[in-house]
Ligand binder design. Structure first.
Ligand SMILES: Nc1nc2c(c(=O)[nH]1)N[C@H]1C(S)=C(S)[C@@H](COP(=O)(O)OP(=O)(O)OC[C@H]3O[C@@H](n4cnc5c(=O)[nH]c(N)nc54)[C@H](O)[C@@H]3O)O[C@H]1N2
Ligand SMILES: Nc1nc2c(c(=O)[nH]1)N[C@H]1C(S)=C(S)[C@@H](COP(=O)(O)OP(=O)(O)OC[C@H]3O[C@@H](n4cnc5c(=O)[nH]c(N)nc54)[C@H](O)[C@@H]3O)O[C@H]1N2
Ligand code: SF4
Ligand SMILES: [Mo]
Length: 675
């Protein structure tokens, strides 16, 4: 049977699912979308393990025993929903609607299962609003301010580029369908540059790998810009015609001489100079900007400075020239069109601050937390504080998920959710230009229900709406899509965005800023102070190493994390391992003031000196002591967007040695070496 993959991945594959006797037996590439090109990732091929595994939730459960112990008893849907409706009503009556906090991210959800009926319910309740900033807040804000989220170069057109710059992206894991087009381009003679603190698979094949210190991309991009101005490589006629803020931008780049850039980024001057020569001279050139450079204190300004580069040299106007960031806005949809309850003006809580909001003072206090489409114990910053907050005796927590996650452990009520093979959805790609209908191929597993059913039933119980099922939502949303898109979605299954599926930037598609110009110095962001101001590294003598936590090919954020069997490994450079006595394959402790992760070490020169790396999305069982990278990630906010600063985690690493004390094996830590 034919469907599509809505998971949080830029590729939105078409899928063919084999079903026998009502059970999914195989999941593989489907024919509909040509970008899928006959292959999908190993994670989704293994989807039956997620559907039918031991961790799949089959029926509602109510806490049975002390909070956090993870003991639950089976309940009927009727009892579980009655209890939740009671708690929502009571919280609203006693403390006001804002004491209810819906917590969701929805990266792996399409238009029907996120910010649809759920949003209507929580708006009608007058609940607190949530700023969804755990991902893409800095890139989204920067790309919007500078280009109005102009659609980017399509994957297919990378094959036409002569210079490809992959900046803070790792498509070999995080969007694999771009990789064949990079290969085609390379075979046709294209040069590949990768900007990444890790030697990713593409960095290892690249002509030039700039191993940037995490959080310093702003400085690197400003240094490149300065040289482009200095050496006369800037297309001033193009900028006069299409950009604003050029002089203000140039002034901010001016101080960033190559020697200063090299000192801060850790990249040798000669490599930066080589990159500048390439970028000034080779056409068509395309820049794939990822999300790795946003997850720090300089995120938005880094994205601005990087996305300014194609404008400076006018990389646009040719097939295979320009840049790609998220293409989610290419469809030009206004999601408010299908929400029947208007937006409220209730308080907004930044999702990155969940721990503080639950533990610290908050007016009103959060009394009901409703978690769905998200797994915050595994994915949000400051894990230990979140866990502390979830232990609060006066908090009522609902967790609505497909599997028993690290977050369900803290629930008062667990509700079982369907997966995308059991419900309708509309998946909108953010890498390639595909939008597809997601169709149920099997009946719901166990008693699981989809988001539409659950949120509309709660609305009915609370007298705030009517029950509907996912086909009702589908028809309602499809009818409110722009006619060309809605009709094609339902009839051919493959609509095309308004500016086409392979737009040439500045020819087929243009900046969607109010004046249709490129804003190199966006006034909207400059109000709070001068833009392009580098904030120094948060490292300290106690915590000198930068911890990054990039996407893993084994999971999608935390999804499928239950299926990981091996203990996680910390990547550490030999020059950092040696003085700490850290040995490849042996246990280590990674710690700072807010967390302490025990895992295995992998000593490798595939990571820059001074940087260590753990996978994102790990579950507690993947480390030796149940803390993950998120326990070390501060809940600080990027200053423009409120975005998460996972990669601002600064840590120390020590070898763990064990010793037998009586019958027990006790871990001893080597003291930090004296420099
Ligand atoms: N298999 C798989 N695919 C995924 C996901 C997944 O979890 N697994 N997640 C999906 C989601 S939610 C997203 S947002 C996208 C993310 O897609 P990507 O942006 O490609 O993925 P990341 O791993 O977050 O970051 C990319 C690279 O940035 C590097 N990096 C870290 N810090 C810095 C820095 O300061 N500067 C620079 N230049 N590079 C840095 C990392 O080493 C990493 O190789 O992928 C999506 N696709
Ligand atoms: N350390 C570190 N942490 C990170 C990052 C990082 O770089 N470093 N990056 C972050 C990024 S890029 C992102 S996008 C976030 C993602 O953060 P989350 O959104 O919390 O992560 P997911 O694993 O996508 O969680 C989605 C959950 O929703 C459930 N789900 C899926 N579909 C449905 C549905 O239809 N109904 C219901 N009720 N549940 C459903 C899934 O089973 C899954 O448990 O994580 C961030 N966390
Ligand atoms: S996760 Fe990405 S690569 Fe894997 S099937 Fe889904 S869209 Fe395709
Ligand atoms: Mo993400």
């Amino acid at each position: 049977m034919e469907t599509a993959c809505p998971l949080d991945c830029p590729d939105t594959c078409s899928l063919t699912v084999g079903v026998a006797e009502g059970r999914v037996v195989s999941v593989d590439a489907g024919p509909a979308s040509s970008t899928t090109a006959g292959f999908i990732c190993a994670k989704v091929r293994r989807f039956p393990d997620h559907l039918y595994g031991a961790d799949r939730l089959q029926y509602p459960e109510i806490r049975d025993g002390a909070r956090g112990l993870g003991k639950f008893r089976r309940a009927s849907w009727d009892d579980a929903m009655a209890l939740i409706a009671d708690k929502l009503q009571a919280a609203r009556d006693l403390h006001g609607g804002e004491s209810i906090l819906p917590y969701s991210y929805g990266g792996s959800n399409g238009l029907l299962t996120h910010q649809a009926v759920d949003a209507e319910l929580f708006r009608a309740l007058g609940a607190s609003r949530l700023a969804r900033t755990v991902c893409a807040a800095p890139t989204g804000l920067g790309a919007m301010a500078m280009y109005g989220k102009m659609p980017g170069v399509a994957y297919e057109d990378y094959a036409h580029a002569k210079l490809i710059v992959v900046w803070g992206a790792n498509p070999s894991a995080s969007g694999i369908h771009l990789v064949p087009f990079l290969k085609d381009a390379r075979e046709a003679g294209a040069t590949l540059v990768v900007v990444d603190p890790r030697a990713t698979p593409l960095a290892r094949q690249a002509n030039l790998h700039l191993a940037v210190r995490p959080g310093t991309d702003l400085v690197l991009a400003l240094g490149v810009a300065r040289q482009l101005f200095e050496a006369g490589h800037v297309d001033t006629a193009f900028l006069d015609a299409h950009a604003s803020g050029v002089e203000a931008f140039r002034e901010r780049a001016e101080p960033w001489t190559l020697d200063r850039v090299a000192a801060i980024t850790g990249i040798p001057e000669a490599q930066i100079a080589y990159f500048i020569d390439l970028y000034a001279g080779v056409r068509p050139s395309v820049l794939r900007c990822g999300w790795g450079l946003e997850r720090n204190r300089n995120g938005t300004e880094a994205v601005l400075a990087v996305l300014a580069l194609p404008a400076l040299v006018n990389a646009f106007g040719v097939r295979g020239g320009g840049y790609t960031m998220s293409n989610s806005a290419a469809w030009g949809l206004d999601d408010e069109q299908w929400r029947r309850v208007p937006q409220t003006s209730t308080r907004t809580i930044n999702m990155n601050r969940l721990g503080d909001v639950l533990v610290g003072p908050s007016t009103p206090p959060v009394k009901v937390l409703f978690v769905y489409n998200s797994n915050p114990v595994a994915t949000s910053p400051d894990q230990n504080r979140i866990a502390e907050g979830l232990m609060r005796e006066d908090l009522f927590t609902v967790v609505f998920d497909q599997v028993r996650t690290d977050t369900t452990r803290y629930a008062d009520v667990i509700l079982p959710a369907t997966t995308f093979l059991e419900h309708y959805d509309i998946a909108r790609g953010y890498g390639n230009y595909t939008m597809q209908l997601v169709r149920p191929v099997i009946e719901p597993v166990g008693e699981s229900r989809n988001n539409t059913e659950v949120f509309s039933e709660l609305a009915t119980r609370l007298g705030l709406g009517e029950a509907e099922d996912d086909t009702d939502t589908l028809l309602r949303v499809a009818a409110r899509l722009p006619p060309a898109i809605g009709t094609a979605l339902m009839e051919t299954g493959l609509p095309v965005p308004p500016d086409g599926a392979r737009p040439i930037q500045m020819i087929d598609t243009h900046p969607r800023t109010p004046d249709a110009r490129i804003h190199l110095y966006p006034a909207s962001l400059a109000a709070a102070g001068p833009l392009y101001a580098y904030v120094a590294d948060p490292a300290s003598p106690a915590y000198p190493l930068a911890l990054i936590s990039p996407a893993s090919e084994k999971t999608i954020s935390s999804t499928f994390g239950q299926l990981r069997r091996r203990k996680a490994r910390l990547l550490i450079h030999p020059d950092d391992a040696e003085p700490r006595g850290v040995i490849d394959g042996e246990p280590v402790r990674v710690y700072n003031a807010i967390g302490d992760v025990h895992c295995m070490a992998q000593v490798t020169s595939r990571i820059a000196r001074g940087v260590v790396s753990l996978p994102k999305g790990l579950w507690r069982h993947s480390t030796l002591n149940g803390e993950t990278a998120n326990a070390l990630a501060p809940a600080t906010l990027e200053r423009h967007s409120g975005g998460a600063c996972f990669n601002d985690a600064r840590v120390e690493v020590a070898r763990i040695v064990t010793a037998a004390v009586g019958d027990a094996e006790v871990a001893l830590y080597l003291p930090k070496p004296v420099p």
